[in-house]
Design a binder for this molecule. Structure first.
Ligand code: 13P
Ligand code: ZN
Length: 280
């Protein structure tokens, strides 16, 4: 087994661990959430797949020519991915015109364990948020950014924040998140982006999301969930965990009928001065 294959395997182990947490935290009701990972750098051997067929996207992904993207399957539960990530996901290979693609089973690339017998998944197709995942990977490659992982999940307290009419802006939400806990400013000095409600799984949500990633690493989708980019799945999860904790503190104070005091502006500035650029 080559070094690269091991690397893909070890990433899949991390993904399994994280999908278990997503489920345990109640962020992954039914099939909520999806994950993708640009594995192009891990692929050395040319795969001649028995199962792959050529299809075409509606639009071209110029910067994904000859790329390989690992993705979770549509309708797959995170709690099931935790047990069997290899067989409940797939690999999309975008061909050299940037518009044609092939879909592979993960088992065409690495030796996978036997699938956990699961009648719920007779066929694995790419996540319904494929347009957004590919648009983001295309953007990340265009900008030569180091982030290769995308995590979309449904954290309850973050979604609740977007249900409050007077809070529906990045500015207001960031003020709350930074104000509740110092780690939020340390880990996310740029704050999070915010996208008004948009139909899931569409080209429109993909367009708005890549625009928001110009200045952010985590984007909140109104009344739906959030999406984060990072160098690995563990860091993507960390970012979401930190902001969700802040949102939870906010709601705990509110539900105990207290107005949270917030960190003062000078305290947030102190954090920026001391920690900016030390965490990546
Ligand atoms: P998929 O099961 O198609 O990935 O959809 C889950 C989801 O959260 C859509 O936004
Ligand atoms: Zn979703």
């Amino acid at each position: 087994m080559s070094k690269n294959v091991k690397t893909l395997n070890s990433h899949l182990k991390d993904i399994s661990e994280i999908t278990g947490y997503l489920s345990q935290r109640g962020w992954a009701e039914a099939n909520a959430g999806n994950i993708s990972f640009n594995i192009t750098d891990l692929i050395r051997k040319k795969v001649v797949a028995k199962t792959a067929y050529v299809n075409k996207f509606k639009k071209q992904f110029t910067y994904l020519k000859n790329s390989y993207i690992w993705l979770t399957g549509a309708g797959v539960r995170m709690r099931d991915l935790a047990k069997d990530a290899e067989n409940l996901s797939l690999i999309v290979n975008i061909l050299d015109d940037g518009i044609s693609y092939k879909i592979y089973k993960v088992s065409e690339f690495i030796k996978t364990k036997r699938p956990v017998k699961n009648d719920l998944y007779p066929e694995i197709k790419p996540t319904s948020e494929l347009p957004t995942h590919l648009a983001i990977h295309n953007y990340l490659c265009e900008k030569k950014m180091t982030e290769k992982f995308i995590l979309h999940t449904h954290p309850t307290e973050l979604i609740a924040l977007t249900q409050i009419k007077k809070l529906k802006s990045a500015e207001k939400i960031n003020k709350i998140l930074w104000g509740m806990h110092p780690e939020t400013k340390i880990f996310l000095p740029e704050g999070i982006g915010f996208i008004p409600y948009t139909l899931p799984g569409t080209e429109r949500i993909a367009e708005l999301t890549i625009k928001a990633f110009e200045n952010h690493r985590v984007i909140l989708w109104e009344k739906h969930g959030c999406i984060a980019i990072s160098e690995n799945i563990i860091k993507a999860y960390d970012l979401i965990e930190i902001i969700t904790k802040s949102a939870k503190i906010f709601f705990l104070c509110k539900s105990a009928k207290f107005r949270p005091e917030y960190l003062a502006d000078y305290q947030i500035k102190e954090l920026s001065d001391k920690y900016l650029h030390t965490i990546n």
